[in-house]
Design a binder for this molecule. Structure first.
Ligand SMILES: *[C@@H]1O[C@H](CO)[C@@H](O)[C@H](O)[C@H]1NC(C)=O
Ligand SMILES: *[C@@H]1O[C@H](CO)[C@@H](O)[C@H](O)[C@H]1NC(C)=O
Length: 558
């Protein structure tokens, strides 16, 4: 049977290998020189040995790096074959979006993300979008309520004109998207006005911090906030704003809408909430009584979908007859739209996105980076690899229950105490206790025998907002390097935890990020000590004058 995806070697790999061999020879020569020219006891000796140590480290780190550079691969999907083979018999998909604070993550932007996800080119009755609000804010709930109304116009509009990207904020901001045809233009203007009206209402409600009374009476959901409570101390809230199984919830074109759910898990000051991992685990449970789709996708609230076919692409991997049964998750790269001038903070992550993750894909798959990722629910919930296991792609909740009963059941799964004395946060769901919970969760999945796949299509699947100041960038890098280093030092160190479970180059790939932080020390040494040596006249490098005299000699010969 024809495959649903193809794997190709990246071009230029022979050239790279040649280059790597010359670098390796260079490293050996440098180390050789250092070891054989140690100065006699004196001022320069300690500095010289320090240089030797730094160079040994760089050599070691370079070798580690080769694991992800040696033979990167590219994946290509065949969506037409998927469509021909499965038609509309595709699995249900749950989409998780996590937001934490209506002040730092403006609800109107989060809603543009939610709309771009609801508008995926996918059967709407199979799509379920969940928003986890760790701020437990009535403002975010209000914004989602407005969104559920606007979606009735936005989704049919996207479908009819097949527009891209499907985030209304990005689509309407680009004046090139204005249609020329007068009939289309009329509809375009109507939808644009509706969108702008909605954004203005959301922004003004967020500014004032209060939802107008007359709006509160329109939806029973607002009554959840009647009892008071703060962002750190409130009861669990689950509200199904659109029930996709309810034939009454139709868009303006008469089509079913995707299910849309708001969740704010219970927060109490005396219980630790485990940040995003805690929210994700609550979402896994809450969704298990509402839709229970076999595929879970999660994305950051500031990353809109730039490609409405991403779900179908991801399914080309999961549903592939030959390889699909081994694949636990499909990771897309993190792309950013607004880079600073000349990309001075390196936020485009070109090396990671273009080379390193493609290199990791050779050895068993990229890391899970917490956004832009599709998982199989069963595997996220702790299942180990077994080649005889067959996924039931038809699973999912189809029968209709009463909405309020479902909501009550879901709330009981989002309480602070639910996880006590369970394996949640350990064997089940995302792991707790690490600043990069996503990486450690992915590592455990790989160690249970599964593979992952890196899909980096030419047109970016998800686009987020990059940090734009040095302090934001430093904060982000600190979290990553600290988190990955703490994994390296913990019992999850890929060399020990992964020993015998994943291949050595895969372990090295993980350690590349684990050793980011310590790599800074020899770098600092290498920057500071030779400069100080210059001031004191202590040579730490061979003298260059030799060369110049050679050149002048060859000149004389002419
Ligand atoms: C990027 O976007 C954010 C939020 O929209 C904005 O605050 C920031 O100024 C933008 N940065 C650049 C460089 O455009
Ligand atoms: C996002 O999608 C648009 C098409 O809608 C495409 O032109 C653009 O290149 C994409 N952005 C990136 C970064 O790939």
């Amino acid at each position: 049977m024809a495959r649903l995806f193809a794997t190709e070697k990246a071009g230029g790999s022979a050239l790279y290998k040649l280059h790597a061999v010359t670098v390796f020879a260079g490293i050996c020569l440098v180390l050789c020189y250092r070891a054989t020219h140690v100065p006699a006891a004196g001022a320069g000796r300690a500095a010289w040995l320090g240089m030797l140590a730094a160079e040994l480290w760089f050599g070691f780190y370079w070798v580690i790096t080769q694991s992800v550079r040696w033979c990167p691969i590219r994946r290509r999907t065949f969506k037409d074959r998927l469509a021909a083979r499965y038609g509309d018999r595709l699995p249900c998909v749950d989409i998780f979006v996590c937001t934490a604070d209506p002040q730092s993550e403006p609800p109107s932007l989060v809603m543009a993300t939610v709309l771009s996800l609801m508008a995926y080119n996918y059967p709407p009755e199979k799509l379920n979008v969940y928003l986890s609000d760790d701020g437990g804010s009535i403002l975010t709930f209000y914004a989602l309520w407005e969104t559920s109304a606007f979606a009735k116009h936005w989704l049919p509009f996207c479908r009819r004109y097949n527009i891209e990207p499907r985030s209304p904020a990005v689509y309407f901001a680009d004046s090139d998207n204005k249609p020329n045809d007068p009939r289309t233009l009329e509809e375009w203007s109507v939808v644009k006005d509706l969108y702008e009206g909605m954004t203005e209402r959301i922004d003004s409600v967020v500014r004032s911090g209060k939802v107008p009374e007359e709006m509160k009476v329109n939806h029973k959901g607002f009554s959840e906030w009647n009892t008071g409570g703060t962002s750190k101390d409130h009861h669990p809230i689950v509200q199904i704003l659109i029930d996709g199984k309810d034939k009454g919830a139709l868009d303006s074109g008469g089509n079913v809408l995707p299910t849309l759910v708001y969740m704010a898990r219970e927060k109490r000051p005396q219980y630790h909430h485990n940040f995003k991992a805690g929210a994700m685990n609550a979402l896994i449970r809450v969704s298990s009584v509402i839709s229970k789709s076999p595929i879970i996708m999660n994305v950051d609230c500031d990353m809109y979908s730039n490609n409405s076919d991403s779900i179908r692409e991801a399914l080309c991997f999961f549903l592939d007859e030959e390889m699909g049964h081994k694949i636990a998750f499909v990771q897309y790269p993190q792309n950013y739209s607004n880079m600073t001038k000349n990309n001075i903070y390196g936020n485009s992550f070109s090396v990671i996105n273009q080379v390193e993750f493609a290199g990791l894909d050779t050895w068993g798959g990229p890391l899970y980076i917490g956004t832009g990722c599709f998982h199989r629910r069963e595997i996220l919930c702790g299942r180990s690899f077994n080649k005889d296991y067959k996924e039931d792609w038809d699973q999912g909740i189809k029968t209709q229950h009463r909405i309020d009963q479902t909501e009550e059941k879901a709330k009981s799964l989002a309480t602070c105490t639910y996880e006590h004395n369970t394996q949640w946060g350990n064997e089940i769901g995302l792991k707790y206790g690490c600043p990069v919970e996503d990486v450690i969760t992915g590592l455990t999945i790989h160690c249970r025998g599964w593979e992952s796949v890196y899909n980096n299509p030419p047109r970016a699947a998800f686009i987020g907002v990059a940090p734009t100041t040095i302090s934001q960038t430093i904060l982000q890098h600190k979290r990553w390097s600290e988190g990955n280093f703490s994994i390296f030092l913990s019992k999850y160190c890929p060399f020990f935890f992964g020993h015998g479970k994943i291949r050595l180059p895969h372990q090295m790939g993980y350690c590349l990020y684990g050793l980011w932080a310590p790599n800074s020390l020899p770098t600092l040494y290498y920057v500071l000590i030779p400069s100080l040596g210059l001031l004191k006249g202590t040579p730490l490098f061979p003298e260059v004058c030799y060369m110049t005299s050679h050149i002048s000699v060859s000149y004389d010969l002419h």
